[in-house]
Write a protein that binds this ligand. Structure first.
Ligand SMILES: *Cc1c(COP(=O)(O)O)cnc(C)c1O
Length: 424
C-alpha cells in the first residue's frame, strides 16, 4: 500500500511507515494512493464481521503485511459486535459502542494498536499520551497486553471523573498511568517536551498513537460494511448515512467505504454548534469560530483535522461537495431530538441524537437512513438522565472496573521527573 502526504504529495510512504509516523511533513495527512474498487461486495456482505474485514483490509493494504499477521490483528481488534437496531420504519441505529471503553473509538484504537505491533519490527515502543478522560481509556485498553509496547498516560489529578479514572487506571501490566499535579494543559506540555527531546525519543521509542493515524480510518471502514450487511436486501438501494462529526475521521472512513463500492447514496455530516463544516458547505468559506462547549462534547471541534482527507476524496472521485448533506444542532435541539428518540423507544446520547435528528429533517420518503451511535448512553449518564428523567444502569464493563483499585502514580508537573520515570 502506497500513501502520499496531502500537503506534500512527493512524500510517499508505505503502510508500515504511515502507521509508525502518524503524520507527514508539515503535519500533512497521509492518504492512500489507490483505493481499489471491490467487485464482490454482495459476497463480502454475506460474511461475518471479522472475516469480511480481513478480506476488505487485505485488499486495501496489499501484501505488505503477511496475511496471517493481518488476520490476527483484525481478529484481536474486533472482539465486539456493531449491531444495527431498527428505531423507526426506515431509520436504523448503528451501535458502535459495545467495545471495552463504550465508544466507537475502540474500533480504530484497537486496530491501530495491533497494526503498530505488527509493523514495529524489533523496535521497543513507548506510547506517551495526555488525556482529559476518553482518549486515555481507549488507548489503554487498545494496547493492554501487547508485548514490548509500554504505555504511559498522563492525566490531571482530580480533574477527570472518578469513573473515567477507574476505566483506565486499573489495568496494570504494560499500562502505566500518572496523575499529574496540574491541569490538562500541563499534561500536554509534558508530552510535548518529551517528544521534543530527541535523545529520549530515541531511547524509549516514543510514539504518539495519533488520532490522525491512517490505520484508524481503515478499521472504521469495516463497520460501514457491517451496517449494510445487517440491512434487509431490499433496503440497501437508497441509503443515507448520518455521521456525528467532530474531527471527521468517521465520515472519512464512510467515504472510503463508498469509494470501495459500498452502496451508500449519500452522507450527512451532523455537527453540534461547532458548525465550521455545515457553514462551509453553505457559503464556500472556511471560517472556524471559537470552539464552544456543548452536550455532545466529543464533537466540540471547530477546526476538524481530517477535513483535508474528505476534500481529497471528493476531488479524486469527481464527487461534488454539494452532495454532502450537513446539519448543525445546538444543545436545545439536541435535547429535543434525544426526547423524540426516547418517545419512539430508543435511548440514545447527545452525539447519536444529533445524527438521528439530521435524518428526521433530511431523509426523503423513498430513502433508508442509518445514524451512527458513537457512544454508550451511560458514557453521558448525567445529561441523559437529566434530559430523559430516567435512571441508567451502569454497564457491566464500567461496573467491573469501578470495583478495582487505582494503580496510578502521582507526579509533579516537572519534565525532569517525567524523563527519569520514562527511562526507568
Ligand atoms: C470522537 C467522537 C466523535 C467524533 O468523531 P470524529 O471521527 O472525530 O468526527 C463523535 N462522537 C463521539 C462519542 C466521539 O468520541
Amino acid at each position: 500500500m502506497n500513501l502520499y502526504n496531502i500537503k506534500h504529495p512527493e512524500q510517499q510512504v508505505n503502510f508500515a511507515q504511515a502507521v509508525r509516523q502518524g503524520l507527514g511533513k508539515d503535519q500533512g495527512l497521509f492518504f492512500p494512493e489507490i483505493i481499489p474498487q471491490l467487485d464482490n461486495i454482495e459476497e463480502l456482505l454475506d460474511l461475518p464481521l471479522v472475516e469480511r474485514s480481513q478480506k476488505v483490509l487485505a485488499t486495501i493494504i496489499g501484501d505488505e503485511i503477511p496475511t496471517q499477521t493481518l488476520n490476527n490483528a483484525i481478529k484481536n481488534a474486533f472482539t465486539f459486535p456493531a449491531p444495527l437496531v431498527k428505531v423507526m420504519n426506515n431509520i436504523y441505529a448503528l451501535e458502535l459502542f459495545h467495545g471495552p471503553t463504550l465508544a466507537f473509538k475502540d474500533f480504530g484504537g484497537r486496530f491501530m494498536a495491533q497494526a503498530l505491533a505488527a509493523v514495529r519490527g524489533d523496535e521497543k515502543i513507548t506510547i506517551l499520551t495526555a488525556t482529559s478522560g476518553d482518549t486515555g481509556a481507549a488507548v489503554a485498553h487498545a494496547f493492554y497486553g501487547l508485548e514490548n509496547i509500554n504505555v504511559v498516560i498522563l492525566y490531571p489529578k482530580g480533574k477527570i471523573s472518578p469513573l473515567q479514572e477507574k476505566l483506565f487506571c486499573t489495568l496494570g501490566g504494560n499500562i502505566r498511568t500518572v496523575a499529574i499535579h496540574g491541569d490538562f494543559d500541563d499534561c500536554q506540555a509534558l508530552v510535548k517536551q518529551a517528544f521534543d527531546d530527541a535523545q529520549l525519543r530515541q531511547a524509549i521509542g516514543l510514539n504518539s498513537a495519533n488520532s490522525i493515524n491512517i490505520s484508524r480510518l481503515l478499521a472504521q471502514v469495516c463497520y460501514y460494511f457491517e451496517a449494510i450487511a445487517q440491512l434487509p436486501k431490499e433496503k440497501r438501494n437508497n441509503l443515507v448515512v448520518s455521521v456525528p462529526s467532530g474531527n471527521f475521521g468517521n465520515l472519512t472512513a464512510g467515504l472510503i467505504a463508498k469509494t470501495l463500492g459500498l452502496p451508500i447514496k449519500r452522507f450527512i455530516a451532523s455537527t453540534n454548534a461547532n458548525d465550521t463544516v455545515p457553514r462551509y458547505l453553505q457559503s464556500g468559506k472556511w471560517e472556524p469560530n471559537a470552539t464552544v462547549a456543548t452536550l455532545s462534547n466529543a464533537m466540540d471541534v471547530s477546526r476538524p483535522n481530517n477535513w483535508p482527507r474528505v476534500e481529497e476524496l471528493f476531488k479524486r472521485n469527481g464527487w461534488k461537495l454539494t452532495n454532502l448533506g450537513a446539519c448543525a444542532f445546538n444543545d436545545e435541539q439536541t435535547e429535543v431530538a434525544l426526547k423524540a428518540q426516547f418517545a419512539v423507544g430508543y435511548v440514545c446520547e447527545p452525539h447519536g441524537a444529533i445524527a438521528y435528528q439530521a435524518l428526521i429533517e433530511q431523509l426523503q420518503p423513498d430513502e433508508v437512513g442509518i445514524f451512527l451511535c458513537t457512544a454508550h448512553p451511560a458514557k453521558f449518564k448525567e445529561s441523559v438522565e437529566r434530559i430523559l428523567n430516567i435512571t441508567l444502569p451502569l454497564p457491566t464493563t464500567l461496573d467491573k472496573h469501578n470495583q478495582l483499585p487505582l494503580l496510578s502514580e502521582e507526579m509533579d508537573a516537572d519534565f525532569i521527573k517525567l524523563r527519569t520515570y520514562l527511562l526507568k
